[in-house]
Design a protein around this ligand. Sequence first.
Ligand code: SF4
Length: 280
Amino acid sequence: MILNTNAKNTWCIGCGNFAILNAIKAVINELVAEGLPVENIVLVSGIGCHAKIVDYIDVNSFYSLHGRVIPPATGIKIANPHLKVIGHSGDGDAYGEGIEHLIFAAKRNIDITVIVHNNRVYGLTTGQYTPTSPEGYKGRSTPYGTKEMPMNPLEIMLASGATFIGRGTSGAMESLKKIIKEAIAHKGFSIVDVLQTCVTYYNMYDYYDKRVYELKDHDPYNYDQAIGKIREWDYNKDAKIPIGVFYKRESPVFEESFKPSGAEGRDRSNGIKKILAESV
Ligand code: SF4
């Protein structure tokens, strides 16, 4: 299925977003070929270079506010649990402005997938540091180098209760497709952190090429193994960088236990009148 739209692509040539675009389009095509109606797929984006991805894929989508991918994605899933809801977010978007939403989505185990385009810089606004920029990163907002240590978002997700945690890179398309597809198939909250290179403001292609390796003989159902691999590279130290599925577990999903308000809840004015009458 051709999923292209007529929207003009404005990403810089060489941007890692292209790899994510191609990976998610390939995964959507596979899911549709396996029987998922295309109208049951909904993409949600935040604000940033990553967010334009929803303009470039011809499926149902919702362009949300900065850092607010999770609330509409959660609402869409609760309103219609048959939908496959896939959120695209940037690292500033997800781990900065939207971090509390992400933590609560993991805590609730809402059955959505979040793909973080993590280039470790605010690309759209020309190079400020983000929560995953390394200590000493020099950009528009930190010309002398940031003094902060980056956060390890995967460790935060594990601590918050996420039931699926993976990492891919924009330099390893086949593996990225596999991880994204597994994340979407997972029943529960899934997050894939994608090390996506911003060629214009933070070109990490060589750095990642030398350090990235695929997880082998790793048991994602083993918590201790997962935490070990998640801590192997902390987004700052010079170390090998594992990619693949770090952690997986089964747990009840939020939308199955969420009950919409009953008849009196829907009849709001009478409900309020009743409360006021009883309180006199
Ligand atoms: S600024 Fe960076 S992230 Fe944005 S489109 Fe250009 S290369 Fe991609």
